[in-house]
Design a protein around this ligand. Sequence first.
Ligand code: GLP
Length: 233
Amino acid sequence: MKIITVKDNIAGGKKAFELIKEGLDKNYDTLGLATGSTPLSLYEEMTNSTVDFSKVTSVNLDEYVGLDGDNPQSYRYFMNEHLFAKKPFKETFVPNGKASDLQAECLRYDDVIAKHPVDIQILGIGVNGHIGFNEPGADLEGKTSLVHLTESTIEANKRFFDKVEDVPTQAISMGIGSIMEGKQLILMAYGANKADAINEMINGPVTNHLPASVLQNHANAIVIVDEAAAAKL
Ligand code: GLP
């Protein structure tokens, strides 16, 4: 793992964008994208740039079960609002949280990933070390699956909803096995509340109790942290 410490999330977004541009120069054409507050500064860099993404495909990590793309709390809506509406991509994939058969949707999404192998995977990290929505205990080699969100994740994500009861308790998430197949992984973390997870991810054992620790096994994983998130390293 390569660790890059930056001053703040703005500098982190610029650094991640530089890495994406280097990838595009190498003819990378598929980005794995993430939601949450962490990648917002990167998406702002992308939308404010003149870089053309119209030949780039994106494959997102996850979606809440029960929310369709018109729901402002859905990850599809988030991606459209913060990136795709401003910066056209060739094709954009997000799991369908309203699929009538969720198991079939997981298989369909594995097929999407197989047809569009990710060149650069963008990741945030949950305070409990989750990546995508792969919570502690997840299979480190897993494929797309229906996951149950932990109390700590529901608590952390409730800020996007009117009340905690509105936060979905399930999601469809790309599996850790698929995430690890990305050629390059870029995990970003900002703020003091991520410091413990970042320290354990880098200095702790590789364990599914802290799913992000699996990045230690990836040949090309880059971690971008601000000073607060790096405080316990
Ligand atoms: C959600 C997403 C993750 C994200 C995490 C952290 O749980 N499923 O992909 O990394 O939130 O969010 P934030 O960046 O807002 O701290």
